[in-house]
Design a protein. Structure first.
Length: 213
């Protein structure tokens, strides 16, 4: 198995899910994608995570992102558990959950880390761009539920920096000042960043977020 790195094409697969069979690349279409694994159905942290993602549906849609979850449990287990998620998290699960009983997708995406747990997937997150390349990978342990606000924050940064010659500083959230990438010369700045800029050091130049009001 070849490990996945940023910039690689996200491996394609066909798998059973709670919303029918998914061919991953076809299913993604022109959207951004989030593929995230959880260790097991009917577990407390996972229950809160999937409920949270269901509640964030409109935030993902706003960003043209399709979300799909995965665990190595089967379809029947997923379907029963979804009822519990809906009941306890006061939501309706509105995205597919892949049933990866044969661990095909988990292995393809290196989601099983045997020294942490030989049987179950860890909490992996992959963000995939419309060209199907992997833009972000984060791995959390089973004991720690993910911060989905952070995931949205990174997606905002990825989508901004794909089109503008900026990068985003520590703890940036959409609307805050950005860093002008080093490849941009000071002479190019007035045209690229008409809102102006502040030069703290020649390599550290800040500008208001170009596409914000
Ligand atoms: C959980 O989702 O609650 C969980 C899953 C595996 C190990 C520990 C916690």
């Amino acid at each position: 198995m070849k490990s996945i790195r940023l910039g690689d094409v996200a491996p394609d697969f066909t798998a059973k899910s709670t919303e029918g069979e998914i061919n991953f690349h076809d299913w993604l279409g022109d959207s951004w994608g989030v593929l995230f694994s959880h260790p097991a159905d009917y577990t407390p942290v996972c229950t809160t995570e999937l409920g949270t993602v269901a509640k964030y549906k409109s935030e993902f849609e706003k960003r043209n992102v399709k979300v799909v979850a995965l665990s190595v449990d089967g379809l029947e287990s997923h379907q029963g558990w979804v009822k519990d998620i809906n009941e306890t998290q006061n939501t309706t699960v509105n995205f597919p959950i892949i049933a990866d009983e044969d661990r095909k997708v988990s292995v393809l995406y290196d989601m099983i880390h045997p020294n942490a747990d030989s049987q179950h997937t860890v909490r992996s997150v992959f963000v995939i761009a419309p060209d199907k390349t992997v833009k972000l990978m984060i791995t959390y342990p089973a004991s720690t539920g993910r911060n989905f606000d952070e995931l949205l924050r990174v997606i905002d940064s990825l989508q901004l920096t794909m089109y503008q010659k900026v990068a985003t500083p520590a703890n940036w959230v959409s609307g805050e000042d950005c860093v002008i990438v080093p490849a941009v010369t000071n002479e190019e700045i007035p045209e690229l960043f008409p809102k102006g800029y502040t030069e703290l050091k020649p390599y550290l130049r800040m500008t208001p977020q170009p596409d914000a009001n």
